[in-house]
Design a protein around this ligand. Structure first.
Ligand SMILES: NC(=O)C1=CN([C@@H]2O[C@H](COP(=O)(O)OP(=O)(O)OC[C@H]3O[C@@H](n4cnc5c(N)ncnc54)[C@H](O)[C@@H]3O)[C@@H](O)[C@H]2O)C=CC1
Ligand SMILES: O=C(O)[C@@H]1CCC=N1
Length: 254
């Protein structure tokens, strides 16, 4: 399948690294010098500078610019794409339909782990393009169809923004270890192992069961866990997901 990425930022590049393994991929961006540097890193890519009348007729477009840049890029597009797949946070299908002409429309929310073919991506939109979208995004990790845009916006808070939330946890745990005397490089290494080991268990075990299996009566975990509760960490994460979802809804209102 031929795919056209419009945009050449962090996500377009992360997607490209995985997609080129199974697809013919073109990347269209506004800065040819940046595109040439990307081409050196991903030589299988075809690169093209965005023209003022960029014809997208018949293309499977994956749209990868920031939500605020949608209008300024869409005025430069002509023709009718076969399918327009957006990765833009919060930007509704109805709004995309007004801005860019295509036979069908899909919204997705991949994440930055696409760069290591481990994205957890949610997908929704016109059913006739479900298979194409799931096929493309399955080649960069796991892709799941959700029923509507509200579910996609909630999923965006978990999997789109989530790597930043978990990175905060990873950094904070290492900071705690350094505070009580461990060398930074060792703390960092241990945190990497912690995340990958816990992720493996989490695939088949409920989080509460993992917690109970680790926490002994009057033990070290219980002592640490009490401090997390004192700091309202659970409440903060619930609010983080709610805040991220609410922001998606506000982007959609514009
Ligand atoms: N960074 C992430 O982890 C994720 C981001 N997204 C979505 O992906 C999209 C892109 O995000 P990033 O790659 O992180 O941003 P980025 O800033 O790295 O890339 C944005 C791209 O848009 C282009 N662009 C901006 N203004 C433009 C204009 N006026 N004309 C032409 N091109 C223009 C930039 O040149 C760049 O290629 C956003 O809509 C975001 O919501 C979705 C999932 C995860
Ligand atoms: O923060 C953002 O706008 C994007 C959406 C998901 C991850 N990053």
């Amino acid at each position: 399948m031929k795919l056209t990425l419009i945009g050449n930022g962090i996500m377009a590049q992360s997607l490209a690294i995985g997609l080129v393994k199974n697809h013919e991929v073109e990347m269209i961006g506004r800065d040819i010098n940046k595109l040439k540097l990307i081409h050196e890193k991903i030589p299988q890519l075809t690169i093209k500078e965005l023209s003022d009348k960029e014809d997208i007729t018949g293309k499977n477009v994956i749209f990868c610019v920031k939500p605020y840049a949608l209008e300024s890029v869409s005025v430069r597009l002509t023709g009718v794409a076969d399918v327009l797949i957006s990765i833009l946070a919060g930007t509704k299908l109805d709004y995309l339909k007004k801005q860019i002409k295509a036979k069908s429309y899909i919204r997705t929310m991949p994440n930055v782990a696409a760069s290591v073919q481990n994205s957890m991506t949610t997908v929704t939109g016109d059913i006739e393009s479900k298979a194409i979208a799931l096929e493309a995004f399955s080649s960069i990790g796991e892709a799941i169809w959700v029923n509507n845009e509200t579910q996609l916006d909630i999923a965006s808070a978990i999997t789109g923004s989530g790597p930043a939330f978990l990175a905060l946890v990873a950094e904070a745990i290492a900071d705690g270890a350094v505070k009580v005397g461990l060398e930074r490089h060792l703390a960092q290494h241990l945190v990497q192992g912690l995340f990958s080991g816990t992720a493996s268990i989490l695939k088949h075990t409920h989080p509460a069961v993992i917690k109970d299996s680790v926490m002994s009566p009057a033990g070290t975990t219980a002592a640490g866990y009490a401090k997390l509760e004192e700091g309202s960490v659970r409440d903060a994460f619930i609010k983080a997901i709610e805040g991220s979802f609410t922001k998606s809804q506000k982007i959609a209102e514009k």
